[in-house]
Every structure is written in structure tokens, then in C-alpha cells.
Design a binder for this molecule. Sequence first.
Ligand SMILES: O=c1ccn([C@@H]2O[C@H](COP(=O)(O)OP(=O)(O)O[C@H]3O[C@H](CO)[C@@H](O)[C@H](O)[C@H]3O)[C@@H](O)[C@H]2O)c(=O)[nH]1
Ligand SMILES: [Mn+2]
Length: 727
Amino acid sequence: MSTTSPPSSPLHTTHLLRRATINRLFAIIYALCIITLIHRHITNIHHSTTVIFLIADLVLAFMWTTTTSFRLYPTRRKVFPEKLDKFLEKKDYPAVDIFICTADPYKEPPMNVVNTALSLMAYDYPPEKISVFVSDDGGSELTLFAFFEAAKFAKIWLPFCRENNVVDRCPEVFFRSCHAAFSDGANIKAMYEKMKMKVESVVDRGSICAEYITTDEERKAFDKWDKGFTRHHHPTVIQVLIESEQEKDMNGHSMPNLIYVSREKNKAYPHNFKAGALNTLLRVSAVMTNAPIVLTQDCDMYSNDPKTLQRMLCFYADQSIRHNLGYIQFPQRFQGINKADIYGSEYKRLYVINPGGMDGLKGPCYVGSGCFFVRRVFFGGPSSPELPEAHRLWPDHVVKVSIRNNQVLDLAHEVAVSNYEENSTWGSKMGFRYGSLSEDFFTGLHQHCRGWKSIFFHPRRPAFLGDLPITLYDALNQNRRWCIGLLEVVFSKYNPLTFGSLFMGPLMGLAYAHNAFWPIWSIPIITYSFVPQLALLNGTQVFPEVTNSWFILYAFLFMGANVQDCFDFMSARGTFQQWWNDQRIWFMRGLSSYLFGFIEFSIKHLGIASKGFHVTSKVVDDEQSKRYNNGVFEFGVPSPMFVPLATVAIVNFVAFVVGILQILNGGNINGLFGQMFISCFGVLNSWPIYEAMLWRTDKGRMPRVISVISALLSLVLCMLALFVPNA
Ligand SMILES: O=c1ccn([C@@H]2O[C@H](COP(=O)(O)OP(=O)(O)O[C@H]3O[C@H](CO)[C@@H](O)[C@H](O)[C@H]3O)[C@@H](O)[C@H]2O)c(=O)[nH]1
Ligand SMILES: [Mn+2]
């Protein structure tokens, strides 16, 4: 592994953060301490609890090793888009195909999807070079209707943004805040509101009233939704809403292409969820525009910065890194996070800190949204292309005809049929990877293994902002789905540790393994949430006495990990409170989503049942959102995932109280200190759970049934601990 920075380019620079040296030194010390601890466990293996702690600590040690791979080469990049003119004339800017995925009009309101699309169409970039493809896996006429309306509004919105140099180009965001300062702002807002009302009324009704369908084109399009049309079984719908060459905005400027695509669905063929949708878009766009750059975007991730494409070009235009540059990933950032980020929804480590660490190696993972791919990356390695059979799908094929041309449209329909991929290498060698619910992680891994590199770029003003789950249930469910997807990668041929290390080098292998092995966090988390506490009830000492010199080792390992973690977190512009909540949600995930993800993965692979891709809801209930904004945990639904959380809360409380009583009665405070400390930590972390179980009365409180089950479970556990003979 070389430490020299890549040749500098006038368009962008890279530098290794100074903390790299400290991190490396600290890693050596910490590693020695871990080895000492494991050695101690092995020599004490005859104690009954030691085996459990040995396993837990081995997992912690493994996860620490994987985390260290992010800390050895932490990197930060800068770009200089103002110099772009010297290297690239506007007319030579590459074309960009933007893919927006949506899957359910009731969980992903069409008005939000429209906002995302409008913000992206309004990039400060030659409009004729932008094509926006909307993939609708919900197969919903409501979404198509919203886009017919959006196409009309775009003719007013895009010139307005351009002429006034608007920064917030997502209409909803713009009109929520600063429109009053612009001449005509009020007028345009009125038009926007009218469109919004129209679309929302259609969504509320669930159908489009006849008077809203005004042109033959629209009528013809909606006729496809006949009686036999369901979201799981329907023909392909491809609707060109704006054709760049034909349509002009109200000031006579060109517009980007806007195309609605709902691929054919047929229950006889697997559709492979989002990866399947993206592969269809890869083909449809190849036939229609075939831009060399592809941006994938979730429907809730709007563009927050009109200059993002220029920033991306600073890398793309650099010939010296071009030959194996696969993609440029911008971090996923979110709007509307509450100040304390109670559910750790920001995923600062996943989206910001770790990618910065991988950027010093071969580049960050792909995270599903905000990623600019070089189209070639989907077809083989940098110097070993594997091209699709049809020449018209090749990444270098130049499309010369109009996107409304009948032949083009016929072909586009042909490549969107449900059995197109039968007996092909789509999803296994070409395009986005199938076989994991975390298709993004799997796809990026595969590309890195083939020799592609990637770049992480984190601008100060977020390039994209998305929605996040605002209930604990949604947040844990999302995490659980990821875990299933990650385990699918671990148990595939592409295990990051074995296959990955071989093809990407050991540090990249470890970095990928860090995410892939997320679910095994459950083992130490469950151990440390129950065993020291139950041992305390039992009067068994499991950690060294405070006065014993071994205690220092424990204290150092605990504090060292937490302080370094907190430092990483706060240097990525987090607050202490956010860090605290982040470590708490990590515990909660270990007890619920990581564990349940693992269980569901196992069940799925025994062939019993599978829920598939459960789309995260982006709809908010007013009361819930009020509670979220006040930083109050939302339980509400009786989910089995809450049982371990509540059980841990009760057990830690009981252990803490009993511990205090023991000490008051002259117990051995020296010996029990470690266990008291951990129980106290557990109690502090469980505070929102006590609130939700005991004195909250709102709808977000812990459902009675969960409290009762957990209390019974805790009772059984505590009884066992109290009455099993002292070990
Ligand atoms: O069958 C499907 C299912 C989902 N989607 C789309 O996939 C996107 C992501 O789904 P969402 O429910 O929002 O998942 P999140 O957990 O919020 O998304 C994260 O995790 C996913 C992988 O699990 C990645 O694909 C995403 O980019 C990443 O943001 C959305 O735009 C959906 O419309 C489809 O197009 N087809
Ligand atoms: Mn999402």
C-alpha cells in the first residue's frame, strides 16, 4: 500500500488528514491491549463466564480491526470547479442520465418524487445534456399523472431558477422559505400550489378524474391502466414527457429530457427490486440517450446544490485518473433530522466518516443514491469489457435519433420486458448486482473487486438531501433489511474477507467486511447487556477489582474505544449529544434489528419465508413528527423487536438497584464496581424506554403487551440469576 498521494491535478486535490499518524500509533497500542485481554481470557478459561466473554471480546476485536481500516488513510478532497473552463468547453460537457427510483405512491408521495425530479432537472448545466428517467416500480398512474403536471410546471420553474440564480431548486424547499424576495416568486408559488393540490387530490382519491385528462397523449397513456393492470402484473409503460430537442421552456430555452418508465411486471419472473429497476433503466437509457455518466437517485433525495455536476466533472475531466474511475459517491445527507438525532438516522459513520477512510484506499462503497457512475463500470473490468449482446446497449454506442422516434420507443419497450434478463448475465456480471437486498453494497463491492476505483466527495453544502424514518420501528426495520442484504453478501462467493481481500487488498477487504458483518455486533451487545448484570444479581464477580492492575486494561479498552469514536464523530461536525444518541442506537440495533435481521436471514435461507424489499415510508403523521422533533422516542406499534430492548432496560435497572443494596449491606464494592458501572450505563441508555413504558400517555408509548412480555421475561431471567448457585 503506497502512502504517496496521487499526482495532483489543477481541478482537484487530495490530502491525508493529520490524524492518520495518531490513529496508526493508537492502533498499535490498542491492538496490544486486545491481545493481552484475549490471552488473559484464555488462561482463565475454566471460569464459567469466561467463555462467553471470550466470544464477545473476539467479536469486538474483529470489529475493531475492521474499523481500523478506515482510520489508517483518512482523506479529504477539494475541487476547483471555477477552473473547469480551462479544460472543458461547455459544449464538450458529457451528457448525464439521471435515474430516479420510486416504488409505491402511498409510501413515496408522487409530489415528493416530482420535487426530486424538478430539482435535478434544474441543474446548472446545459439542459440538453441532462435526461431524467423516472422508474416507477409501483406501476402507478398517480405517479405518471404527477409527472405530466411536473413537465408543464418545469417549463416555468427551470427558467425561473436560471434567471434568478436560485440556490434551492427543489420547489417545495424554495417556497417554504425564501420565495418572497424574488419578483414573480409569489406568482410561481401559486402555480406550484395549484399543481400540488391537483396531484394530492388525485392521490387521495386514488384515481384521476376525467376532467384532469386534457390531451390525447395523456388519454392514450392512461388507457394502459385497464382492468388487468396491477402493480405486480402489468405491461411496460414508457412515456416521454419532455423531449429536449422538441420542447422549449417559456423563455425559449432548451429543456432536459424527462421520461417515465414502468417496466413490465410478470409474476412468473423475478423483478429483483431496485437493482432490477436500475438495470432496466440502464437499458432503456442506453437505447434513448446512452449518456456516459449515470446518476442514481432515490426518489426522496433532492438536489440541494445546482453546481454538483460541475464538482463531479472536476474528477471526471481528469484524464490521469479516468482509466479505472468507476464512480464518484456523494454522501447521503438528510433533511429534518432532530437536533439530537435520536435514532442515529444520519448514519454519520456509514455515510461520512468511513467513506472518507476508504477514499484513501481504493474508494468508498456505493450507497444507493447520490452516486455518479461512469457507464462503462457496469460492463466488465477497466481493461476487460464484457458487453451486452445487443450492440445498441454498448456503452460507447452513440444515439442519433430522437427519443420519440418509433423505432427507439419500440426498442425501449423491448428491453424493459420482464423476461428480458432470462439466461443473461444481467445482475450477475453486467449492471447492478442481484442476490442481496443491499444491492448497492453488493454492486460496489463487485466493481471494486474487478479493479475499478471510486471517489468520495463531501462538499460543505450537501449535494443531496433526503428523508429519513422518524419512528423507531421504521428506523430499525430499515436497518434490519440492510442486515439481511449484508448477510447475503457475506454468504455469497463475494465474501469481503476472502474474495474481497484477494481482489482488493486486505484493507479494502476489511473495510467492506466492517459493514457486511454488522449483524454480529449483536453477540457482544447482547452479552454485555445481560451477563454482567445477571452475574451481579447472582453475586458473581466477572471483572477485576478496581484495585487490581488488570482493571486498568479494561478501563483503557472501554474508554479508548469510546473516546476515539467520539472524537471521529465530533470531527465530522457532530455534537456530543448526537454521539451519545448514536452509541445508544447502536446498542438498540444490536438487541433488535441486527439480531432480527440475522434470524430473518436464516429463516429465509431455510426456505421458509421472505418479506423482500420493504420500502421505507416517507410519509409523516403530524403527531409523530411533532414527537420526533421534540426528541421523543416513538414505539407505538407492538413489534417483537422492542421486546429485547425493554427486557434489557428492566434487567439493568434491577441489577443496578440490587447492586446498590448489596453495597449498602457491606458487599464488595471493589469487585462489583465494573458490573455496577455497566448496569448504570445500561440504565442511562434505557431512559427513553422507561419513559415509554411507565409514564408516557401518548400514542408513541410502549404498547402494553410488549411491556408485559418483557417484564415476564426479565422476571424469569432475574429469578434464574438469583437462585442458580453462585458460580
Ligand atoms: O422494488 C423496489 C424497492 C425499492 N425501490 C426504490 O429503492 C429506493 C430505496 O428504497 P428505500 O425504501 O428508501 O430504502 P432505504 O433503506 O431508505 O435506502 C437505502 O438502502 C437501499 C438498499 O437497501 C439503497 O438502495 C438506498 O439507495 C439507500 O438509500 C427507493 O427510491 C425505492 O423507490 C425500487 O425502485 N424498487
Ligand atoms: Mn430511502
